[in-house]
Design a protein around this ligand. Structure first.
Ligand SMILES: *Cc1c(COP(=O)(O)O)cnc(C)c1O
Length: 240
């Protein structure tokens, strides 16, 4: 087995164990490979190992990389998106995770209309109120939710969050729980389910799954430590 295959087997065991503990089926959690800073060859290796869902957090990097990767992969944008990159993001990504303001949502609506498509999105919430992170304040999201939902080209599938870094992942359990509770309140406003909760990364995915995550976004635990960025020409998101 290659190192990536070993990492993947270990990751799947972690996901299964967390699902077991919380009485969930392992198929209820999707595994996203976060391929930022990784070359196309690593994406191809991950695809050959059976992964289909990939995440990138810089439009400029993705524009160059995605065409060099195997076809038929599903790509999600997972970072903070500047409005002036909305057109390229709509052209390159199946899903934009990390819609963090009404202004950005309106720009995505405009670009999706121009490109004659509908765009599935997740709304990013800054649950812990960290000043260093993007995302909605929970109260503001509730008050703007109906306006977001009125944007006809956007399909709101759920919420995403990036938890604060913690050595002990138990410490961020309340963040994941609050995202789930907020999702439930938004679903009530909508009168329809919001099935996707994108939460949990390499260090905290078990706790996120126990709190209801339906998608974990994993970079380091799959690919190993990230190489430094090679495409350096934009600043969509701060490095995590
Ligand atoms: C980099 C990144 C991840 C993956 O982080 P790891 O700790 O390497 O698993 C997940 N989500 C987002 C939004 C990221 O930018």
């Amino acid at each position: 087995m290659s190192e990536l295959q070993e990492n993947l087997a270990h990751l799947r065991a972690r996901i299964e164990a967390a699902c077991d503990r919380s009485g969930r089926h392992p198929d209820s959690v999707r595994l996203m490979a976060v391929s930022k800073n990784q070359p196309p060859s690593r994406v191809a290796e991950a695809a050959a190992a059976g992964l289909r869902l990939f995440g990138e957090n810089r439009v400029q990097e993705a524009k160059i990389k995605i065409p060099q990767c195997p076809g038929h992969l599903e790509w999600h944008f997972i970072g903070h998106l500047q409005s002036n990159k909305a057109r390229d993001a709509v052209a390159r990504f199946q899903v934009v995770q990390g819609v963090d303001s009404l202004a950005l949502a309106e720009e995505l609506q405009k670009q999706a209309a121009k490109q004659a498509r509908s765009l599935p999105v997740l709304l990013e919430v800054n649950v812990a109120g960290e000043s260093s992170k993007f995302g909605w304040n929970p109260d503001r999201l509730l008050s703007e939710f109906q306006q977001l939902n009125a944007l006809s080209r956007l399909e709101v599938h759920g919420l995403m969050t990036i938890a604060p870094y913690a050595v002990d992942p138990e410490r961020v359990r309340p963040v994941f729980r609050r995202l789930r509770e907020l999702r439930d309140r938004c679903a009530d406003l909508l009168g329809a389910p919001l099935p996707v909760l994108s939460m949990g990364m390499s260090g905290d995915l078990e706790v996120a799954i126990e709190e209801g995550s339906t998608m974990v976004r994993v970079g380091t635990a799959l690919f190993g430590e990230r190489p430094r960025r090679t495409v350096d020409s934009d600043t969509d998101s701060p490095d995590l």
